[in-house]
Design a protein around this ligand. Structure first.
Ligand code: IVH
Length: 710
């Protein structure tokens, strides 16, 4: 781990943080100034633990407290606000344009290689250029696929950040860079005699974060960001730095480009290797590749490391499109020099393409288990990152119209972020006029009933519950891994047994005639026995699986578990009203409505009785019970007090809930107080209660859990 802070120093900062957490009133200015400086130091430390190392040592709550304390002191004494204060990361004055700035040294590109042989050639080239004796040491690191940035620090302060632009000049985006907590506002370069330095790096968004951002954008009616790369490059140039915060952009630094002392003398040679330079940056608090970076003794080892990352790239938290192999020794780098396009001492090792173009041949329409229609594009088979792709989901009608896709189009297909391929766009410049519009069907392709599109929703639906396609999808879902998990029972069996007339309803799954199955072509006694065993095992499943296996709209695995925890027998759910279901934590009105409707239908109750008679478990298992309540017997006889503001309810409502659960509400902290529930911006009451040491301190969420468990 980076030695930016010694263990001793970390302990001091931790203790200091804890100490500051007990501060209440606003002190005189001289004292405030000391505390502001301390807060700068501890907040930068916690941000480094959290954002750079991903190993926080304090709760978010405590960190927020420190941050708010700093804000409070700065508010009381505005002259104490300095530019590098952690509170100044997101400045609110919105400027409209970005200025163009010249990079201290040009930001070049990289030459490409695609296999071990290319790397071998590169190694030979290095030998020719340097006339040195092999083997050469290489430092290998990811080729991050985001937006490039150049950071300039002067006098240990971040003074400028710029995009790559055309390589010579870029756009000044300092305000946005400051909003990234992986970019230190101050860094002790002077320790190395460095007065002015330019660093190169790549701004990225985690793939999981990218998906979340898109989900949120979809909810807010904003356009969907095509891929993590666009999400990162786009955010570099946003007008409001808050957007940078919302997308959780991170900067990885991969190059020390330029460093001079006070006299303008180059001081880069104090780092004999690339690896040592990067390590020094890690020690100064920058986020750099760590386990993703390796010093390799030979080009073969470098090739093997590249290949390893090609294998695991899909499991990595960030998008990478290759690796970069760099001559590790700086003196050798200097001997190699540059072309006008790229350094001769580095080469990118490109992974197999995740994008390809192919023809859109046809669109088929699939019917889902709740009748939703999904258009699926049939493509001329094309190889994408090692997998042949011949059909991709088009999601819904809007997806097609937004991209103006047409039959016969050449389309750009991508497998990025996750493994599922999708169509990025149609290459309209390649159209020759023979392309045909995609006509969305008006009727269900399976049962021909008219399709319905509910206002505000993006999908068309077949509303015929007895639609053959839906029946098959529901049966497939019922036996699938996530639901009843019947080993070996998949789509093929469902379709075949259905064709034979043996399987049209869920109870049929448990009534199969294994002798008849054994006599089917391609089966035999052994596979029939195996199937029987798997089905018998499934009969004892937890009721949450059974619930999920009914394909009730919006009742997924988690919701199934929440309902299961509430009842002794799955059929008890018929006595629950929509309102009661909705009162359960994490249950929305729609899921409650669909569930209540399902259990209100006598046909479904009959099906459940039938399943019970067939030996399928209807009773909640012990493992499905709720966890023991946080506070046994909970609120009766307890005294309680609320402080701060709450997210999901008004303070008075919270109080009423507590009283209804048997608690007595107090108005101040005293030795009689049992429970303090803290919301946001909790102040002196929290401190007092902590000082007493006898008060149970609950967050809003914990409090709600206690109520729920009663
Ligand atoms: S070194 C003079 N290292 O790839 C040094 N570049 O095609 C040249 N990139 O614009 C760059 N990860 O933004 C280097 N580990 C890495 C990189 C990397 C991503 C980007 C960089 C550059 C592009 C070159």
């Amino acid at each position: 781990m980076a030695a930016q802070y010694s263990t001793q120093k970390q302990r001091e900062l931790y203790d200091l943080s804890k100490e500051i957490l007990t501060h209440k009133s606003i002190p005189d200015k001289p004292e405030a100034e000391t505390e502001v400086n301390q807060l700068h130091e501890v907040i930068v430390y916690h941000e480094w633990r959290y954002y750079v190392l991903n190993e926080p040592v304090m709760s978010d709550f405590e960190y927020d407290h420190l941050y708010k304390r700093l804000e409070a002191l700065e508010k009381a004494y505005p002259t104490l606000i300095s530019e590098s204060s952690p509170t100044q990361r997101v400045s609110s004055d919105l400027s409209s344009d970005f200025e163009t700035v010249a990079h201290l040294i040009p930001m070049l590109s990289l030459d490409n290689s695609y296999n071990a042989e290319d790397l071998g050639d590169f190694d030979q080239q290095i030998q020719k250029l340097t006339k040195a004796t092999p083997p050469f040491e290489y430092c290998v690191e990811p080729k991050y696929d985001g937006g490039s940035i150049a950071l300039v620090y002067e006098n240990d302060r971040l003074v400028r950040a710029a995009t790559r632009g055309n390589g010579t000049t870029g756009e000044e985006i300092t305000r946005n860079a400051k909003a990234m907590k992986t970019i230190p506002l101050k860094a002790a370069f002077s320790k190395f005699g460095i007065h002015k330095v330019e660093l190169r790096g790549e701004v990225l968004i985690r793939v999981d974060r990218f998906k979340k951002v898109n989900e949120q954008r979809e909810k807010n009616g904003k356009s969907i960001l095509a891929n993590p790369r666009n999400a990162a490059t786009g955010a570099l140039r946003v007008k409001n730095p808050q957007e940078v915060v919302d997308r959780s952009l991170e900067a990885f630094i991969y190059q020390l480009g330029y460093a001079v002392d006070k006299n303008g003398e180059n001081v880069l040679d104090q780092f004999p290797t690339h690896d040592e330079g990067i390590e020094a940056l890690a020690n100064l608090g920058f986020k750099v590749p760590t386990i993703e970076r390796k010093v390799c003794a030979t080009i073969e080892e470098a090739a093997a490391f590249c290949d390893h990352w090609q294998q695991v790239r899909d499991d990595y938290a960030y998008e990478i499109d290759g690796m970069v192999v760099k001559v590790n020794r700086i003196d050798l780098q200097d001997m190699c020099g540059y072309t006008s396009h790229h350094p001769r001492w580095a080469i990118a090792y490109k992974f197999k393409a995740k994008q390809a173009t192919t023809k859109l041949l046809n669109v088929e329409y699939q019917v889902g288990k709740i009748g939703q229609i999904t258009p699926v594009a049939k493509l001329k088979p094309v190889s994408l990152a090692g997998v042949t792709v011949s059909s991709v989901s088009l999601h819904n009608e809007d997806f097609i119209t937004q991209r103006d896709l047409r039959l016969g189009d050449t389309v750009l297909v991508e497998r990025a972020g996750d493994v599922i391929p999708y169509i990025v766009k149609a290459m309209d410049e390649l159209r020759d006029g023979t392309e045909l519009p995609i006509v969305y069907p008006a009727a269900c392709p399976s049962c021909s009933s008219a399709l319905v599109r509910i206002e505000g929703e993006s999908v068309w639906k077949c509303e015929n519950y007895n639609c053959k396609a839906q029946i098959l999808r529901r049966l497939e879902h019922h036996v699938s891994k996530n639901a009843m998990d019947i080993d070996g029972f998949g789509e093929k069996y469902v379709v075949r047994f259905n064709e034979l007339g043996w399987l049209t309803r869920i109870p049929d799954v448990y009534k199969l005639d294994y002798e008849a199955i054994a006599n089917l072509e391609g089966f035999g006694k052994r596979s029939a026995d195996k199937l029987k065993k798997a089905i018998d095992k499934a009969k004892g499943n937890p009721i949450s699986r059974l619930l999920y296996g009914f394909s009730i709209h919006l009742v997924g695995k988690t919701v199934g578990k929440i309902f299961a925890a509430e009842v002794e027998d799955i059929r008890d759910l018929k006595d629950w009203s929509v309102e009661q279901l909705m009162e359960l934590k994490d249950i929305g009105p729609k899921a409650a409505e669909h569930t209540a409707a399902f259990f209100a239908d006598p046909e479904n109750i009959k099906t459940l009785d039938e399943l019970a008679a067939l030996g399928v478990n209807m009773k909640r298992l012990d493992s499905e019970r709720k966890q023991a309540p946080v506070l046994d017997g909970a609120l009766s006889g307890k005294t309680i007090l609320f402080t701060g503001s709450f997210q999901t309810m008004k303070r008075n409502d919270a109080k009423a809930l507590a009283v209804a659960a048997g608690a007595k509400a107090l108005s101040a902290v005293s030795s009689n107080l049992n429970i303090l529930v803290v919301g946001e911006k909790a102040g002196s009451k929290l401190k007092k209660a902590q000082a007493l040491g006898t008060v149970d301190i609950l967050t809003e969420e914990e409090f709600l859990k206690v109520l729920e468990n009663n």
